[in-house]
Design a protein around this ligand. Structure first.
Ligand code: DAH
Length: 360
């Protein structure tokens, strides 16, 4: 085999073995670059005799052409291979499911839903929403609401007290939303028409009681407001909230220090099936306390009870949520279990409105 043939088979083998375009480029430079093996051979042509040159010239040119062609062919193969690998690496699987939108995944807690529902109902009757702090003074939670010092009604509330301050004053976690009645009457001038939804606290825990729970308070103060108004408001509320056309209510005499007279309200229901139904049946269920605001309370807020009178009511939000949506255990409300929330929660964009339907 001549030197040219040997060189060719070396280069050709190297071309075939080049696995990447960069490796092939190295082979090309080693053969055809300025100092490449073929280029070096070409340089020797000048010092040859004419006869030798006539024989070697075409042979070297042929070698150069073949090597150039082989490199070009190999380059195409390698380019195609690289492209295919890239496509395989960067492939997008369009059959993969989309990540769910937050609005489809998130759920509104039933307590928030019920607060939105009752706010919509009372807003339609012209009520504003008022708020107060969870940490309250003894004065606002009890004294101003006509609970005498040492009165047993204070003990009934199972209050969480903070340690006394140096001056002896004891803050507490409010046991009801009623102190916001005082805050409202002291900061606004009548006519007053507010509802007060919020968190309340009592040291109590079982299937229907949790240490933190929610109440909504209602307060109307004006010159001529009377029990007939209260009865109409509560009836309209119950019909709208439980989404029934008619509902019978029963007002029973009761006692609260801050109202006189005081009443508890039961609504008609049917407990014969698995679920409690409202607006039918012959059973009764207690849902709220109410009454005419006691003259002492009105006086404690700097108003004249001979000029102003009004009524108030207080209702457990968690309890009416349990009744309306058939949730058996109150403690689950506050377990923060997403499976529970997924089952009982509400879709965030289905806002409760009276025209669109509260719960549909
Ligand atoms: N604050 C009372 C409670 O937690 C509920 C209540 C009763 C509120 C009668 C009122 C009312 O405004 O008039 O037991």
């Amino acid at each position: 085999m001549s030197d040219i043939d040997t060189l060719y088979s070396h280069i050709s083998a190297a071309i075939a073995a080049a696995a990447t375009e960069a490796a092939l480029e190295e082979v090309r430079i080693a053969a055809l670059g300025k100092k490449g093996s073929i280029s070096e051979l070409m340089k020797t042509l000048g010092s040859m005799s004419p006869d030798e040159r006539q024989a070697m010239g075409p042979a070297l040119n042929g070698l150069k052409t073949r090597v150039t062609e082989e490199i070009a062919t190999r380059k195409l193969v390698l380019q195609e291979k690289a492209l295919e690998e890239k496509l395989a690496r960067e492939r997008v699987d369009v059959t993969l499911p989309l990540r769910p939108a937050p609005a489809d995944e998130g759920r509104v807690h039933p307590v928030s839903q019920v607060i939105d529902e009752l706010t919509a109902i009372f807003a339609d009757m012209g009520f504003a929403v008022a708020e107060g702090p969870d940490i309250e003074t003894d004065e606002l939670n009890f004294t101003a609401l006509n609970f005498p010092e040492g009165h047993p009604a204070r003990d009934m509330h199972d209050t969480f007290f903070f340690n006394p301050k140096e001056n002896g004053e004891r803050l507490l976690l409010r046991t009801h939303t009623s102190p916001v009645q005082i805050r409202t009457m002291r900061s606004q001038t009548p006519p007053i028409r507010v509802i007060i939804p919020g968190r309340t606290y009592r040291c109590d825990s079982d299937q229907t009681h949790t240490p933190m729970f929610h109440q909504v308070e209602g307060l109307v103060i004006d010159k001529g407001s009377h029990l007939g108004h209260l009865k109409w408001i509560l009836e309209e509320f119950c019909k709208a909230f439980f989404e029934v056309d008619d509902i019978k209510m029963r007002f029973r005499p009761s006692f609260f220090p801050f109202t006189e007279p005081s009443m508890e309200v039961d609504i008609q229901c049917d407990r014969s099936g698995a679920e409690v139904k409202f607006g039918e049946g012959s059973d009764w269920m207690e849902i709220l306390g109410c009454g005419m605001v006691h003259p002492n309370v009105i006086r404690n807020c700097g108003l004249d009870p001979d000029e102003y009178q009004g009524f108030a009511w207080g209702m457990g939000i968690d309890r009416i949520a349990m009744l309306k949506y058939g949730m058996p255990d109150l403690r689950a409300f506050f377990d923060a279990d997403v499976r529970w929330l997924k089952h009982y929660g509400f879709r965030p964009l289905d806002l409760p409105t009276l025209f669109g339907g509260l719960s549909s």
